[in-house]
Structure formats: C-alpha cells, structure tokens
Design a protein around this ligand. Sequence first.
Ligand code: DGL
Length: 257
Amino acid sequence: MFLLSYSKPIGVFDSGLGGISVLRALRVLMPSENFVYFADRRNAPYGSRPDIEIIHLTRNGIEYLRRLGCKAAVIACNTATSVAAEILRKEYSSFAIIGLEPAIKPAINKYPDGNVLVLATPVTLNHKKFINLLSSLDGHNVVALAAPKLVTYVEGDTANSSGCLKYLSSLFAEYNCVRFDACVLGCTHFPFAKHTISCALGYSPEFFDGAQGAAHHLRDVLASENMLNKDNKNGYIFWNELYSNGLNRKLLYDKYN
Ligand code: DGL
C-alpha cells in the first residue's frame, strides 16, 4: 500500500516499557498519528551499560524504525538520548530524531527556592550533558540519585511491590530530613513508579518528566515540515518487542476504533 508521507508512522524507541509513558503523551497531543513502538527488552536495562553498547543498541532500534518507514523517531529513553542522540542525528541527517531530557528546568522554574529531587539511571547522571546542566543550576537545591533497579521493577511489573518500596526507602534514607517539593523523573520507566516513590518519601512531591516537552517538540518539527497526519481518525500502534527468543509484533489499535 502506498502511504502519503505525512501518514507514515512515528517511531518510538526504548530499552523496554518505559517509553510507553512517552507514547501516551504523544498520543494525547497527536491522536491521529500512527506509531511504531520498538522495545529492546532483550537488552534492557541500558542504564548501567557502557556508552559504546548503548550507541550500538540505539542505532539498531532507530534503523529498525526507519526501515519500517517511520517519518521520524523518538528516543523515548533518557539514557539512550544522553549517549546516542547526537551521534545518530549526524548519521541520519534527513530523519528527525527527538530525544528525552530530564525536566529539571520546569521543576526549578516552579520551585526556584525549593528542594528538587532528580531520579535517573547512572548513565544519565554521569553523562557530561547532565553534569553541565547541574552546574548551570548552581545555587538551587538539587539532589540527583541513580535508581537503576527501579527500571527492573517496572520491567517486571513489580513497581508496586514491597521489594520496590524497600529499595526506594533505603535510597531516600539519607534525605529523611529533607522535604522535596519536586521530583524529576529522568528515566521514562519511572512515571510507572510514582505511587511507590511517594510512599517511600512519605508524601507526594510534584512530579515532572520530559514526555510532554518531547511531544510538543516533535509536533513542532512535523508541523514545520508539513508532515503532521491530516487524517481525522485515531491512529494505530504497531507494537514490536524484542526478546531473547525473537520479536513479538502486534497491532494494538487499528485505524477505525
Ligand atoms: N527508559 C530508560 C531511560 O529513560 C532507560 C532504562 C534502562 O534501560 O536502564 O533512561
């Protein structure tokens, strides 16, 4: 079937299920767009891997989405964005690649004198991009904590378990006397653990993540190239999950529901 270029799908890539938090924001903003989601669950988690492996795996994911005819791709993973987005943008110069950034600035803007907690993977927090961002925020109260095991809890659908609560409680123990006004979820898996994060803290901070920012950015890019889908129907999601024993693919919503 011949597809007009604007009705081609948008690719969404993550190491696993975390990118669903981004897919949700994309669908709210652009309901008529079609999406192809690629979850590299065979190689998840990415968050403690060497850069060279993350670049290789992310390149494979982007290449897969491009070959399926996507008109643009979202790296719905803060870790992969930190390490691979710039490199891949150079390699695929005619293919729009949107990344995810920890939403620290919106949190600081809302709470300039407050306490801001950032949770992300070790790779994201140790990357020079994040370190530069933190040093530009000198004078603000920002605590950044790596929570790599939280990815595994979300992947295993156990983010609401007592094990996950225990893990987060011990992670936060050192900050028992601090009340965080904002919590920046710098990993796309973490929005699925908001409830347990609040339980471990003993209160609910305001949560910030980069999904809406990425969705707006992508919409602007597509609009500027006249590539937004002009269809009035709800788009489909073509789900692709890579496991050690192969690829699982299914169409989640068809065009006419
Ligand atoms: N969802 C990812 C992120 O936003 C990565 C999680 C992982 O694979 O470690 O950082």
